[in-house]
Write a protein that binds this ligand. Sequence first.
Ligand SMILES: [Zn+2]
Length: 131
Amino acid sequence: MDREQVTIDEMKQIVESDPNVVNKKYILKMLEELKISKYPNEIELYPDVISFYTDYHVQVVYMKTTCKGGCGKVLWTNKPSTSQWRRSDWHGIYTGCYCDDCYNSESYPYRKDNYAESAMFEGETIYEEDY
Ligand SMILES: [Zn+2]
């Protein structure tokens, strides 16, 4: 990778100065803990990626992700596939990372209640067998 790495203090500055970061406290605490890491050579920090190894040599990667709902919030998240903000539609298909506010609002286009409604209009009626 050719991209330029940043130091832990620079990384803290980047996260600290971004007013849109949702989980700022958590990330800053994590960076503070990295300062006393036993494996300083295995920490890689880029303006949008935090990567390090735990004591059990498990790689942990956090990525700067913007909420897909368009609110501009920044979610520093581990792999989007395992993220706490990972959302899926009625069929369980991944739809992207949305913050809690967008997920619980009309900004989320894959709302499960919408699916139930459209299924009714499409004629998959549950009353049919009564007639
Ligand atoms: Zn959002």
